[in-house]
Write a protein that binds this ligand. Structure first.
Ligand SMILES: *[C@@H]1O[C@H](CO)[C@@H](O)[C@H](O)[C@H]1NC(C)=O
Ligand SMILES: *[C@@H]1O[C@H](CO)[C@@H](O)[C@H](O)[C@H]1NC(C)=O
Ligand SMILES: *[C@@H]1O[C@H](CO)[C@@H](O)[C@H](O)[C@H]1NC(C)=O
Ligand SMILES: *[C@@H]1O[C@H](CO)[C@@H](O)[C@H](O)[C@H]1NC(C)=O
Ligand SMILES: *[C@@H]1O[C@H](CO)[C@@H](O)[C@H](O)[C@H]1NC(C)=O
Ligand SMILES: *[C@@H]1O[C@H](CO)[C@@H](O)[C@H](O)[C@H]1NC(C)=O
Ligand SMILES: *[C@@H]1O[C@H](CO)[C@@H](O)[C@H](O)[C@H]1NC(C)=O
Ligand SMILES: *[C@@H]1O[C@H](CO)[C@@H](O)[C@H](O)[C@H]1NC(C)=O
Ligand SMILES: *[C@@H]1O[C@H](CO)[C@@H](O)[C@H](O)[C@H]1NC(C)=O
Ligand SMILES: *[C@@H]1O[C@H](CO)[C@@H](O)[C@H](O)[C@H]1NC(C)=O
Ligand SMILES: *[C@@H]1O[C@H](CO)[C@@H](O)[C@H](O)[C@H]1NC(C)=O
Length: 575
């Protein structure tokens, strides 16, 4: 597998592997699948997967030339469209969507606005005080515009990597002298234009020369009075939702399932429908690789993709060690973004409308369907087909029934996988932002791979030793300064494993933040709503996704491979 640094852009063409290699790789893949089955049966204890973000080229290599069964490590998290690693070859950050305000609040703007609204010390001493503003009064009034300016200035100094947007008027804090302020922000290091909300409590003093000054700033989400009241939208199936509050657009997640509306809308559409294939219950990377092939073909054919939102999560990510069906796509990925980027329709809605149409119309006027039973029928051959529905069926034995087979060979030159359409779920990213926010974006991170790899001395002879507590203390000494906040992203299930590091660092582990997905959390409420009232488990894939994303927000990042051990990521002699 290639290093993730070789990642370039999100919409590159895939390498064209020779047919022979394909054949071999598919054979090996099925062998691998079989071995995983056996492995699953043998494995008794659950090993959380290794938190590692796969780059898309790495994945491409994995699927096109997996002779050496690196596939067993398919328990990693794929870097999705919003965070493909920035590298020199990368195109610059795409422009924000047109609805987004481009400017963040900068020092210059504040400086300009202060001319009118603050009692600047120099201005004040010479000029008479501006009539609209009260004199140097001792009681702080949060509605005074000078308060907001003081807070904005403070934030710019305190959080250099954050771009601030849309400050709300300050609200009173819990006692006089405090004000709560809310704003939206994005971390400048992030590759997406997504914005998040923060609200903090500030203690503000009036100086002798009548300037407002922040003397203390509360932590992440401390300004409860400035918190916007959340109106819930019905996010369940069926797409019935409350009318939106336009101003809250960025705070709320609109992943309702779109409906097709009227009958004629259905008949006038053009659909590409993939029925469930051998990909079902495979790893998440396999899932994405296949899903994006289907979506890519739909885009190529200029059709609406019929999408099954029900995902089967492979056993590797499940504490139960069993494949689990009925997971919702929206637990993991950003359906709202997908809806905006691609033309899709949910399978249930689609089938209902199809049936309804055929029931109410005579034989002759039934919906024209073209069934395609073999993946060897190429997208190019279907380009001219006028049928309302093109229905690809995947009934052949494995590995002939994988969706991604459609995009192999010549098709790879025509069908592009729309990586930009897949972002991680904002609900998961909210947890990531919350953790990073609590650490004030000022922490270092280490990724410690253990689990299955540490036990496999044949492929990773030194890993276990190199990630043992004493050695970690010794090695990190040279890379991370003492008493920094240190976030440890790891698949080591034993919580106290890293206790030795606590005498040098302020150690943080994912499990320290359990309440963020516990039964009192926003995440819990929202996912429960998606799951028609039943609680959703925070599963292994979600853990890895959050763990890895927090890792990537660390200032100094120490990787297991390259930094902690000389072993290769994929076993001996692979690097
Ligand atoms: C697979 O491993 C063998 C030896 O272990 C090596 O010769 C071969 O190049 C490897 N193939 C790939 C694609 O990495
Ligand atoms: C601030 O004012 C200066 C001149 O008064 C102007 O050139 C500049 O563009 C203004 N900046 C912003 C951000 O409005
Ligand atoms: C300052 O106030 C004047 C008049 O009150 C207004 O025209 C001008 O736009 C204001 N400037 C800023 C930067 O707010
Ligand atoms: C606080 O300031 C706002 C805006 O300057 C003003 O409208 C309001 O009357 C002030 N309140 C008090 C109690 O001074
Ligand atoms: C905020 O506090 C000030 C002074 O403590 C008070 O005069 C004002 O009425 C309060 N405003 C609100 C909205 O409670
Ligand atoms: C939220 O709603 C409550 C009651 O409806 C109200 O008292 C409070 O001021 C609201 N808060 C904000 C920030 O709008
Ligand atoms: C959610 O998005 C759909 C389109 O996908 C739109 O029709 C609907 O009005 C939106 N609902 C809210 C609450 O924004
Ligand atoms: C795709 O479909 C849209 C609307 O159905 C049409 O306007 C557009 O020209 C089509 N594009 C291609 C390349 O066929
Ligand atoms: C949340 O979980 C705790 C411990 O698991 C339990 O005691 C509590 O009753 C639960 N609360 C709710 C609201 O479900
Ligand atoms: C979750 O929902 C419960 C019950 O509806 C509510 O009491 C609680 O405040 C909600 N929690 C969050 C964080 O929204
Ligand atoms: C980890 O290794 C990489 C590659 O050798 C290097 O660029 C990076 O600086 C190292 N990180 C630390 C914290 O030493």
């Amino acid at each position: 597998m290639k290093d993730s640094n070789s990642s370039s852009s999100s919409n590159r063409t895939e390498p064209i592997a020779q047919n022979i290699i394909k054949l071999i790789s598919n054979l090996c893949f099925s062998l691998f699948v079989f071995s995983v089955l056996i492995f699953t049966v043998i494995a008794i204890t659950y090993q959380p997967p290794d938190p590692w973000l796969q780059s898309t080229p790495a994945l491409t290599n994995l699927f096109t030339q997996s002779e050496n069964a690196t596939f067993r490590i398919d328990s990693s998290v794929l870097r999705t469209g919003e965070d493909l690693s920035p590298s020199p070859q990368d195109p610059p950050l795409p422009p924000p969507p047109p609805s987004e305000p481009l400017i963040d609040i900068t020092q210059q703007q504040i400086a300009n606005s202060t001319v009118n609204s603050t009692a600047d010390s120099t201005a004040y001493s010479t000029d008479a005080q501006p009539p609209s503003l009260p004199a140097c009064d001792e009681t702080l009034n949060c509605s005074n515009p000078r308060v907001l300016i003081a807070v904005q200035r403070f934030n710019l100094r305190a959080f250099k990597s954050i771009a601030f947007f849309d400050y709300q008027p300050p609200m009173n804090g819990s006692v006089p002298g405090e004000c709560d302020v809310a704003w939206r922000f994005r971390n400048k290091r992030e590759r997406s234009w997504r914005k998040y909300r923060d609200f903090r409590r500030f203690k503000i003093a009036v100086t002798d020369d009548c300037r407002y000054k922040v003397v203390h700033a509360g932590g992440w989400h401390s300004g409860a009075n400035a918190r916007r009241n959340v109106t819930r939208t019905g996010a369940g199936r069926g797409g019935k939702s409350l009318p939106p509050r336009a101003s809250a657009r960025d705070d709320e997640i609109n992943d309702t399932i779109p409906t097709l509306g009227s009958d004629t809308n259905f008949r006038n559409g053009k659909y590409l429908y993939y029925s469930r294939g051998g990909d079902y219950c495979k790893g998440m990377n396999h899932y994405l690789w296949s899903f994006l092939c289907g979506l890519g073909e739909a885009m190529f054919l200029n059709r609406t993709f019929v999408m099954d939102l029900s995902v089967c999560l492979a056993s590797t990510y499940n504490p139960s060690n069993k494949d689990e069906e009925g997971k919702d796509f929206r637990y993991y990925f950003d359906f709202e973004h997908l809806k905006e980027t691609a033309s899709i329709v949910e399978e249930g809605e689609f089938l209902r409308d199809w049936k309804k149409w055929d029931k109410t119309h005579l034989k002759k006027k039934k919906v024209p369907v073209r069934k395609v039973v073999n993946h060897k029928v190429t997208p190019m051959q279907l380009k001219k087909d006028k049928s309302t529905i093109i229905w690809r069926q995947f009934d052949a034995p494995e590995p002939e029934n994988y969706w991604y087979r459609v995009c192999e060979g010549e098709a790879a030159q025509y069908v592009q996988r729309p990586w930009h359409a897949v972002w991680k779920s904002k609900r998961l990213m909210n947890i990531v932002t919350e953790i990073s926010g609590r650490l004030d974006w000022d922490f270092d991170a280490v990724h410690v791979v253990r689990g299955e790899k540490a036990q496999n001395k044949e492929l990773w002879p030194h890993l276990d030793y190199d990630t043992s507590p004493d050695v970690l203390v010794e090695k990190l000494k040279w890379m991370v300064q003492p008493w920094r906040h240190l976030y440890i992203a790891t698949n080591e299930p034993y919580y106290n494993y890293f206790d030795k590091l606590r005498s040098n660092y302020k150690v943080h582990l994912l499990d320290d933040y359990k309440e963020l997905w516990g039964n009192t959390s926003e995440w819990y409420n929202e996912t429960t709503l998606l799951n028609s009232g039943k609680p959703v488990e925070f599963d292994g894939y979600m853990r890895v996704a959050v763990d890895t994303e927090v890792f990537y927000r660390g200032k100094t990042r120490v990787e297991t491979f390259y930094n902690l051990t000389k072993d290769c990521k994929d076993g001996v002699n692979t690097c």
